[in-house]
Design a protein around this ligand. Sequence first.
Ligand code: 3HC
Length: 705
Amino acid sequence: MDSMVRTERDHDIALIYIQHPSVNALSQPVRHELLQAVIAADESAAISAIVIMGSGKHFVAGADIHEFDAPPVSPLLNDVLLRIENCRKPVIAAIHGSALGGGFELALACHYRCAANDAKFGFPEVKLGLLPGSGGTQRLPRVIGVNAALDIMLGGDPIGINRAVALGIVDQQSTVDELLARSLQFARMAIGKPWRRTCDQLMDRAQIDTAFFAQERQRLMTHDTGRIEAEGSAQEAIIQCVEAAATQPFTDGLALSRRLFEERRVSVTSRALRHLFFAERGSRSAVRASSAYIKHVGVVGAGTMGAGIATTMAIAGMYVTLVDSQPAALSAGMLRIRDIVATGVRKGRITGQQGDEVLARVTGAGDFNQLAGVQLVIEAVVESLVVKQAVFRQLDAACAPDAILATNTSTLDIDAIGSFTHRPGKVLGMHFFSPANVMRLVEVVRGRQTSAETMATVLGLTKRIGKLGIVVGNCFGFVGNRMLYAYGRENQLLLLEGATPTQIDEALKEFGMAMGPHAVGDLAGLDIGYRVRRERHDLPTDPRYYRIADVLVEAGRLGQKTGKGMFNYEPGSRQPVADPEVEHMIIAEAKRLGVTRRDLTKSEIVDRCMMALINEGARILASGIAESPADIDAIWCNGYGFPRWRGGPMFYADCVGTTHVVNRIRQFSSQPGLEHWTVAPLLEQLGLTAQGFSDWALAQQRARA
Ligand code: 3HC
């Protein structure tokens, strides 16, 4: 095996390179080799100083997250860092790219830090349900004080070079090209001079105030609840450790942080968040295949979706031609883009000048002829195959033969849409979520004939625009909406069976969903699903299927936009208010359909909805519509408000056990009125052997290799 740490010499300075692509994660062999290299350099009489650097794009992006699924193996990062800190000669970290988590901890254990202009420092552990486990909680407060250290650790977002210099993290700043030379020069100057170990630095007594930590805990309690559920204990642990840094000897604080890290490492929350970390990177592998660089995009349809997509592309630096044949719709769309950009400037996400540049990149057009020079078109017109047929025929004629044509459909058949063109290999789905400029997820839908090159190009593009592109197959609703229909079937049926809309929404919010399903329906507009259901001919014949939603739409209750839907809304408010009239409508409909109403418990409500998601997810996996259970989880956590700290529906199934899921579904199916419940064959097979979806995915991966 190639070595992961390499030592070079520059006269009496040892230059230790960490070279573990792609991000120099500190896995066990790296730690082992780094420790050996440091000991050798420290013990060598010919060496007077040590510089540690990362090869490739980053310094070190942290511990190897894969390793957290098993107990820690020696040498522990903590021990390696203590050995570095205890070197008898100056040790300098030369940092470029990311110094995150364990990478930042490594930099803090060195005696000095030289950093390039592209350096980023941060502790993203909290996003993994963890805390910095190798001294970061003890060393960072000693370098920059308690307040700033807590800010960085509780937030989890990296800081750039300017803030790092201002805080005193960086001793010397340089350009990227000069980093090595300047670090060697710095090391040379440090030789023979006294230096201070971070662990010996005393805390500023003014900051050591127990009231301060009480306030921080209070602030945590009032933070939004989803995040507390997800990361609350990690954040609490961080506060505890920083308090120890401020009040206890270094070694005690270090031992505490190590113990709390271990507790968090084995927690379900951290396992779930780590699962998502990799799930959200999975589909990116295809990006590395051949992919064209898109510079100019056409967006067809200037509605909310089209304007959101156009803005996203323009913010990412692309030229955009927004086409709408209706002049009024086009000017409304251009205005919407201005509004989105103005909000971005107001909130400080972009500067005023950047905002002007974004707007200058967007051109409005009334016909498809303006799209002759674009490399990609994203169609975002109404959800109707007939309308899309006309649009794709015209696009096929107007665009260059090598241009990619994408549809933003959320349900329709990509192969049918591809067949309206002479380039089905260049047709695919890009299912954005609303609002498109905010939501991170894009389902990238592969048609039967979509080429690998087309997929790679679009996946590369989704990464460039800061979105999470997940590859899905072509079927009604793809992955996300197909599962949504199964989930909706149950939460609609529960209404007829006796649960109120509020009861259902509250139960699912308590489970962790960002919003209750009935409030979501009102937000999206109940008429949208109503229209889609009218276009489908393969729906269940069950007269109870989405019956309440249909009744509401037929009564003119379309959701927030009409002030009334499943709930009522005061003018200007998005707060759902229960309406007794809806309750009466539900009771009347249940009576008409002969449904016996009863009291339903929270756990039954949650289980009916969750098992529906899992069961449909299993069918989707078996049919190859999703490439992995992790992809389904990434879709549901990023597009449908599934709680990240539960890891997604398929990870949740593994946590409660597939055997339990099968048994629960069997219990449902044995009840009168729930005969539509049948266990998906893949789920049945896993339940029999008590295997999880992750076991299945691993076996599939091995079979493919
Ligand atoms: N461990 C293991 N693998 C990692 C990793 C890590 N810490 N960080 C990144 N990777 C892998 C990714 O899974 C991906 O693998 P793939 O090629 O097989 O898909 C590959 O490295 C490249 O990652 P990205 O696609 O994310 O590359 P980008 O260039 O877009 O981003 C990055 C680079 C900003 C460094 C980003 O990868 C990142 O944020 N990494 C995570 C950093 C992190 O969370 N560090 C803390 C770890 S916990 C820790 O250190 C605990 C300590 O306190 C003891």
